[in-house]
Design a protein around this ligand. Structure first.
Ligand code: IFM
Length: 433
């Protein structure tokens, strides 16, 4: 059980669970278009055990059962994402009515159960038809995103408690276009630089489009990872500072200050789209909240042989999850403070945090340690308004396939039966007191 109780966090504080469309829905029927994750998974060598999201958790059919789990767990909110290719199979143009009907059922199902819908427009499943035209390397994708945002706003906006444009722009751009680990799997600095800018432009255009449709409570969700030097050498310190600028400053600077950190533009300027500066005002639109996803830290070592970003990264000696990510809760307090000090006094939500692994007692301990980190931030005066656990049910963990297990509910891969773990019951208990 957790040592913390719901009451400690304050009356308006909300607790939720998060999942994302491609990781759980399956249901590649009823007119859903192809996404970059379908083709990435169909390409040899990209996903552990050659797994894919074709069935995933079959949430497309089992959504009601999953919402019952959220309600019975005592959660206030469900953070979910719309699948762009399910709603608009070609990325722009005609809406797939059956896809829209699915999200109508899902959102109404949340409201009927007293669960607040926390929506995300983009959690990584770009329609393949847009990738064919260059995806996030192409400025036109940002415009298509704004049209998609308007469509979502018109159809569902008045029923959403919060709406985020993007989940984790670092993953959408650096992990996917520079490191090649996520779809579309590029390893190209020009591709990455363009994606970094166009995703932020899409964010700003999307915010305007949502607001024009009267949608309230708009934000963006970034992932933050503590960047520490491997040794005390000034070179490693510099490497960690550069890592921090890319991971923890680039996207927040853009959204809140309308600028990019010089440490990064000094390197990627030649690869950014021409006249990128002219977009910065469009990017930094007023928001209503900001979401921080936090999991771990990374150690940086200067390495002059690496072009562009001269460092390598490793993990340290702290307790790790089964993906090798160290548990480092103190950095969550620090990040919440940093966002509040450097970027905004708007409400901050911890929109993801969780632990993959077979040992559920460690998962319970992980959550509890991060609750403590949030309480510390609150005591320091940071306006943290919510905590969303990743994740409800074990699901398709991208390049890791189904090998990772972040769920507070397990799933039998043969029957797809949901199996609540002790951590689910720990939440149930905590949320009742
Ligand atoms: O599963 C992912 C999620 O889609 C985005 N944030 C991190 C999670 C764990 O890797």
């Amino acid at each position: 059980m957790f040592t913390h109780s719901r009451k400690e966090f304050g009356e308006d504080f909300i607790f939720g669970v998060a999942m994302a469309a491609h990781q759980i829905e399956g249901g590649q029927t009823d007119g859903r278009g192809s996404s970059i994750w379908d083709t990435f998974a169909a390409t040899p060598g990209n996903i552990k055990n050659a797994e894919n999201g074709i069935i995933a958790c079959d949430h497309y059919n089992r959504w009601a059962e999953d919402l019952d789990l959220i309600r019975d767990g005592g959660f206030d909110a469900y953070r979910f994402s719309f699948s762009w290719p399910r709603l608009i199979p070609e990325g722009s143009g005609a809406v797939n009515q059956k896809g829209a009907d699915f999200y109508d059922r899902l959102i109404d199902g949340m409201l009927e159960r007293g669960i607040k819908p926390l929506a995300t427009l983009y959690h990584w499943d770009l329609p393949s038809a847009l990738q064919d035209k260059g995806g996030w390397m192409n400025r036109a994708t940002a415009e298509a995103f704004a049209d998609y945002a308007a469509e979502v706003g018109r159809r569902f906006g008045d029923r959403l408690a919060t709406t985020a444009t993007f989940n984790e722009p670092w993953c959408v751009t650096v992990l996917s276009h520079l490191l090649g680990i996520h779809a579309p799997g590029y390893r190209d600095i020009r591709a990455a630089s363009r994606a970094m800018h166009h995703v932020m432009l899409a964010h700003g255009l999307g915010i305007d489009a949502l607001r024009a449709e009267g949608v309230k409570n708009l934000g963006i969700v970034v992932n933050m990872e503590k960047c520490e030097p491997l040794t005390a050498s000034p070179e490693d310190r510099k490497a960690a500072d550069l890592g921090d600028a890319i991971f923890n400053q680039f996207f927040l600077d853009a959204a809140f200050h309308g600028s990019y950190p010089a440490l990064v533009t000094d390197i990627i300027e030649p690869y950014l789209p021409k006249d990128w500066q002219a977009d910065m005002q469009q990017i930094a639109r007023p928001l209503d909240w900001v979401g921080v996803n936090y999991y771990t830290r990374s150690l940086y070592r200067h390495d002059a042989s690496v072009p562009a970003f001269p460092f390598t990264q490793s993990r340290g000696d702290l307790a790790k999850n089964d993906l090798g990510w160290e548990t480092y809760p103190v950095a969550l307090t620090e990040f919440l403070q940093r966002v509040s000090d450097n970027y905004t006094k708007l409400p901050i939500y911890v929109t993801e945090n969780g632990m993959s692994g077979p040992d559920d007692d460690s998962r319970i301990d992980f959550f509890d340690q991060h609750f403590e980190a949030i309480r510390q931030a609150q005591k320091n005066g940071v306006d943290v308004r919510g905590y969303v656990a990743w994740t409800l049910i074990d699901n398709f963990e991208w390049a890791e396939g189904f090998s990772a297990r972040f769920g507070i509910v397990g799933m039998d891969p043969n029957t797809l039966d949901r199996q609540p773990r002790g951590s689910y019951r720990a939440f149930q208990d905590m949320l009742s007191r």
